[in-house]
Design a protein around this ligand. Structure first.
Ligand code: FES
Length: 322
């Protein structure tokens, strides 16, 4: 248990769709939970040794409970199936304090919120916060079908339901047409907030860039359930831990994290998909092959940091400052 982690009770579990459940969490004492800002997530530890990140869905002004939305992933590596299979109302659960990589910015222009599937979760609390701020915003919720629309009651019962558009079953090229229309004619103070699966985010980013949105105007959170991508044919290399004086071989079919774990070396991780940044580590030497979505292009270019869960080394030797 890390300092500051919280033990909560699962007060309620609701089926939002056949694949998505929402979990209402409260402190056993009944006291309010720590405050958070819209867009925040918590690390959840559904079983020992496993942590997953889930966004807080509820209104940030109400900390009497946290609400999470979890989609059962067919290729779950333990996280969503543990949440769906092991937890019942009344279960105790360990979570971290809220963290926020997806905070709202201050602007006077439009705010366009684009959600792909379960990526809607942080955008719901952000919509609530923007409404309270009296901001100009609109949420576009892209989902495969009407029956797969999670948090329907929350949206229809909200004061901002008229600011939500649903788009069902859109795939390219129709998806691109709709996005082009939504993203048309950006002004300098407009922002796009984007969360969803990788392919959806890629299409949105490409449409936004073509429409004239700059990188700084696109605020995003990756919501990935895809397994980490190991570069096909990536060669083995040696990883040296400079401070420990340890050298280990990383074979082509294993990640650095796996090799360190097998050697009994603890490195903190969470998503293990190159998304959250928990495993970012300083690098002293090595030609890096970045496979993550967390570090910026500039950080990739500089080569001084890397994610140990998905990234690799193209040169024979990688030296880490740990
Ligand atoms: S554990 Fe999340 S980026 Fe590596």
């Amino acid at each position: 248990m890390h300092d500051g982690d919280l033990e909560v009770i699962v007060r309620q579990i609701r089926s939002e769709t056949s694949e998505v459940r929402s979990f209402v969490l409260e402190l056993a004492s009944g006291e309010p939970l720590p405050q958070f800002k819209a867009g925040a997530h918590v690390d959840v530890f559904p079983i020992p040794g496993l942590s997953r990140q889930y966004s807080l869905v509820n209104d940030a002004a109400d900390c009497s409970q946290y609400v999470l939305g979890v989609k059962r992933e067919p290729n779950s590596r333990g996280g969503s199936s543990a949440m769906h299979g092991n937890l019942q109302e009344g279960s105790r659960l360990r979570i971290s304090r809220p963290k926020n990589n997806f905070a709202l910015r201050e602007n006077k222009g439009r705010n366009i919120l684009l959600a792909g599937g379960i990526g809607v979760t942080p955008l719901l609390s952000m919509s609530q916060a923007l409404f309270r701020r009296d901001a100009d915003f609109h949420l576009h919720y892209f989902v495969r079908s009407n029956s797969e629309m999670a948090f329907r009651d929350l949206i229809t019962g909200s004061e901002w339901s008229s600011r939500v558009n649903h788009h069902f079953g859109l795939v390219p090229p129709l998806l691109n047409d709709v996005l082009e229309e939504i993203l048309r004619a950006p002004n300098a103070d407009d922002l796009v907030y984007l969360c969803g699966p990788g392919p959806f985010m890629d299409v949105v980013r490409s449409c936004a860039t073509s429409a004239g949105w700059t990188k700084d105007q696109i605020v995003l959170e990756h919501f990935s359930a895809e397994p980490p991508k190991l570069e096909a044919g990536a060669d083995e290399f040696v990883v040296r831990l400079a401070r420990r004086g340890v050298e280990l071989i990383v074979p082509s079919d294993k990640s650095i994290i796996e090799v360190l774990r097998e050697a009994g070396i603890e490195v903190q991780t969470s998503c293990e998909q190159g998304v959250c940044g928990t495993c970012v580590t300083p690098v002293l030497e090595g030609e890096l092959l970045h496979n993550d979505l967390y570090l910026s292009d500039d950080e990739h270019e500089e080569g001084r940091l890397m994610t140990l869960c998905v990234s690799r080394c193209k040169s024979k030797l990688l030296i880490l400052d740990i």
